[in-house]
Design a protein around this ligand. Structure first.
Ligand code: CTP
Length: 406
């Protein structure tokens, strides 16, 4: 029997180009014999028609708060409570803001305010709108009130921009619905339940004086995506992140640090862990003679000499044999020359179990790009993975880790 048979989901479809994905979600839910009814907002109706929602859901579609017929057939209070779960798909920036403010000025927002059932939102919007402080504050507020969130994904968007804001795929939203409505049945799809994963991500900043620092171009995208995918498989994730502008991944406990020394300290404090993935681009050196005050230019005085000293190797320190060594230690190797030889020597030198190696020569377009082509190097050989978006590399790596631990 399917996991969702006999359950009832109320889909709230708001305005946005991603509204078309609601149709595929209805199809997936109906295939599992899950009852679906829909509320379509006025803006949502600009993207999908009530008729297509009705045809696929085989149920009435509600569109108007003040429809006398709807109110006599099923009032908005009853509508909000007859379902086992409310799913907002897509959740526009506007509807999320109205939810956060507790507004009830159309049927969708009224139902969301009146419900006593769990609510899952699948945000979809332009990357700037998603990253805007107002939207991020609304999301934090909604999550603190128990609203569940799936996505958004990162990728190319209809507005020709790239970044987080694209609505999760219907299959991922279905998994989130299953996790909420049939948690026992999905234990099998959360193979890392009960495991603790430590992930490092982003660059480190090494101060020269209070206003200047040495850094690198790491965005933290790959490490953050790995943290999100490990959490999606059920792991408790501690993400130790250097300064980045990518948003916190859903489901991870984020510890923010600046320097390599702080990153090492945060990693050691997070132990014990079953899994450790070191995706951070840690600065190899720090300034030994960092100034307490801002270094000033003075006419006739030579430019300051910066004395560099090596930073601790975080991966090698955590991977050193001992009782607190995680069972699986995964490092990265981004190389421009002799990829395999360099990666293999890092595997041994740093005592890692796997090295995820990639060629970051400019001709590959991988550095700062959307895709990655990696090779997984272990003591028993090399796996060459195809070139795919970075999020898919993260998903495949998380699954590979789960399989190994099993
Ligand atoms: N790493 C680390 N701490 C450091 C340096 C690197 O934890 N101080 C980790 C990285 O997170 C990565 C792996 O070691 O998982 C390899 O990093 P990389 O910069 O490629 O290697 P390095 O040891 O710095 O060697 P090189 O820069 O000479 O290639």
């Amino acid at each position: 029997m399917s996991k969702l048979a006999g359950k009832q989901v109320l889909l709230i479809v708001s305005g946005g180009i991603a509204a078309f994905k609601a149709l595929e979600l209805i199809r997936l839910l109906r295939r599992q014999a899950c009852a679906v009814s829909c509320v379509l907002t006025r803006n949502g109706a600009e993207f999908v028609t009530p008729l297509s929602l009705q045809a696929l859901s085989e149920s009435k579609v509600y569109t108007d708060l003040f429809s006398l017929t709807d109110e006599s057939e099923m009032g908005h209070i009853q509508l909000s409570r007859s379902a086992d779960l409310l799913v907002v798909v897509p959740a526009s920036a506007d509807l999320l803001a109205r939810m956060a403010a507790g507004m009830a000025d159309d049927l969708a927002s009224t139902v969301l305010l009146a419900t006593d059932k769990p609510v899952l939102v699948a945000p979809a919007m332009n990357v700037r709108m998603w990253l805007h402080a107002a939207t991020q504050a609304n999301m934090r507020l909604l999550q603190s009130r128990g609203i569940q969130v799936v996505g958004p994904d990162e990728g190319a968007m209809a507005c020709n921009e790239f970044g987080p804001g694209r609505m999760s795929e219907p299959a991922a939203i279905l998994s989130a619905i299953e996790a909420l409505l049939a948690p026992d049945a999905v234990v099998a799809s959360r193979p890392l339940e009960g495991r603790h994963a430590l992930v490092t991500s982003g660059p480190t900043h090494e101060p020269i004086d209070p206003v200047r620092y040495i850094a690198n171009r790491s965005s933290g995208r790959q490490g953050h995506a790995i943290a999100a995918e490990l959490a999606a498989l059920g792991a408790r994730v501690t993400l130790v992140s250097g300064p980045v502008s990518v948003p916190d991944p859903a489901g991870a406990n984020v510890v923010r640090v600046e320097t390599a020394a702080e990153m090492l300290h945060a990693c050691q404090a997070a132990l014990p862990a079953d899994i450790a993935v070191f995706a951070a681009a840690v600065a190899d050196w720090r300034v030994a003679n960092a100034a307490e005050g801002k270094i000033k230019k003075q006419p006739g005085v030579a430019a300051p000499n910066l004395e560099l000293v090596p930073n601790p190797d975080i991966l090698a320190t955590i991977a050193a044999t001992g009782p607190s060594r995680p069972r699986l230690v995964v490092g990265f190797a981004a190389e421009t020359d002799d990829l395999m030889a360099n990666a293999q020597s890092k595997l041994i030198r740093k005592n890692a179990d796997w090295i995820v190696a990639n060629d970051v020569s400019p001709s590959t377009g991988i550095m700062g790009g959307e895709e990655n082509a990696v090779h997984i190097i272990t003591a028993s050989g090399v796996e060459d993975w195809p070139r795919v978006p970075k999020q898919q590399v993260a998903r495949r790596l998380a699954q590979r880790i789960a399989d190994w631990l099993r």
